[in-house]
Design a protein around this ligand. Structure first.
Ligand code: HSE
Length: 441
């Protein structure tokens, strides 16, 4: 498919409207997002008159109820029917999972078909291999839908002559929804997760979302596009939101912060810090303002330019819109751009990061307790910024939460100190730490 740009000779201006483009599509997967793609394709042919013809849809079960009406003759349970069809020049993969999505994508690329995918888990695992195949085959590979919150940043991440210095994002709607509901309803994590599952906001097996993996996959895709190589999942520190309690949300608010699950990437010289975990963000600014399923991203580059955006992190229209933008790129005959791998960066060890910490201990409410805790912190070079102690309706009786906000400290020192504090007889249960992060905006 090649584009036919026209030129307005009267005015001498280039006419950017491209005409008579026909993209023949095969769709893999007809869930919420696949249904959204079909709906948007039929609602809008594209403002630049591109024409998309949906030739075939591969589904797992032919007799399932569909989110949108589709003629039966368009459906197939055999992916090879799409892969082997020479008329189909572009495939959209919204089936998710690694197998058989990986094989299907690689095979489509080998056969010279453009590929558009929303599959962040697959890209995080096999992004380098998939991009290499797309480049070798001269095909377009569209990944905007793999991170809806940041998809308008993707081209800039790839093309900017400047490296990013700091990139942070809320990339998981389920977690942001749960944290917002815990705050609004005054309830703990488990009952809110259960309600989110009942209304279909959280998966029955919610681990991917709430344990931080989905966020990590999305961060890895952005890093892959920025750096030219996809860091392995195990090079990131990943921690989810299971241990956050409603109490923590209240205490954080009293200290001027809101708790969010954040993806964080920082470059410093030849070192890269990449991690996903709950953070305290200063209340009322930037990403801390985002409620419910809203996602967002903030980026600062090495020359100090800062940009940020917010978008719904999930849902059929946001995802389908990102896919349609990639389809328009195909129709315009856009070539895949992918950065040459830059110098490989060493990953900073988690134990070496330095930040401020929110610490929660459950301690006996008696003389000398604070002195013991602060003594251990002092022995580990950890300086205390503020302390909160609340003692109402204690469960168990006589045990109160003690909250300490520290100045900047080294992670290894904090972990050593917490190990020692947790061994004190005056402390009950495992203490909690939440790292404090400064937003860009
Ligand atoms: N499960 C994801 C979320 C949406 O909750 O944000 C798909 O990426």
């Amino acid at each position: 498919m090649t584009g036919k740009d026209s030129y307005d000779t009267m005015s001498g201006k280039r006419d950017l409207v491209m005409k008579d483009k026909v993209v023949h599509l095969g769709l893999f997967g007809l869930g919420t997002v696949g249904g959204g793609v079909i709906e948007l394709l039929s609602r809008k042919k594209g403002k630049d008159h591109h024409k998309f013809v949906l030739e075939k849809i591969a589904v797992k079960h032919l007799d399932k109820k569909r989110p949108v009406p589709v003629p039966l003759y368009r459906l197939t349970a055999d992916p090879r029917e799409i892969l082997a069809d020479p008329k189909i020049d572009t495939v959209v993969e919204v089936m998710g999972g690694i197998d058989p999505a990986k094989e299907i994508i690689l095979e489509a690329l080998k056969r010279g078909k453009n590929v558009i995918t929303a599959n962040k888990a697959l890209l995080a695992q096999a992004g380098s291999e998939i991009f290499k195949q797309a480049l070798d085959s001269g095909c377009y590979l569209g990944v905007r839908a793999s991170n809806i919150a940041a998809y308008r940043l993707i081209e800039s991440l790839i093309s900017s002559p400047f490296q990013f210095e700091k990139l942070i994002g809320i990339f998981n709607g389920t977690c942001n929804y749960i944290l917002t509901e815990m705050e609004k309803k005054g309830e703990d994590f488990s009952p809110i997760l259960k309600k989110a599952q009942e209304i279909g906001y959280a998966e029955q097996n919610p681990s991917d979302d709430i344990d931080g993996y989905d966020t990590a996959h999305k961060l890895i895709v952005l890093l892959g596009l920025a750096l030219g190589y996809f860091p392995p999942l195990d090079s990131l520190f990943i921690e989810g939101i299971r241990r956050i309690s409603h109490q923590d949300i209240i205490f954080a608010k009293e200290l001027g912060y809101r708790i969010k699950l954040l993806a964080i990437a920082k470059r410093e010289a030849s070192e890269l810090e990449a991690r996903v975990h709950p953070v305290l963000l200063p209340w009322g600014r930037g990403l801390a303002r985002l409620d419910g399923i809203e996602n967002g991203v903030e980026l600062r580059d090495e020359v100090g330019v800062e940009i940020g955006m917010q978008a719904p992190g999930a849902g059929k229209y946001p995802a389908a819109t990102a896919i349609l933008e990639d389809l328009v790129s195909v129709a315009r005959g856009r070539k895949l751009i992918y950065p040459q791998p830059k110098r490989y960066l060493a990953f900073k060890k988690m134990g070496e990061i330095k930040t401020k910490y929110y610490l929660r201990f459950n301690a006996l409410d008696e003389a000398g307790v604070l002195a013991k805790i602060s003594g251990i912190l002092g022995d580990h070079n950890i300086s205390i910024k503020s302390v909160l102690q609340k003692g109402e309706n204690e469960k168990p009786p006589g045990v109160v939460p003690v909250i300490i906000l520290t100045h900047r400290a080294r992670e290894d020192d904090i972990q050593d100190a917490l190990g020692k504090i947790d061994n004190l007889t005056i402390v009950r249960g495992k203490s909690l730490l939440i790292r404090v992060e400064q937003g860009i905006f």
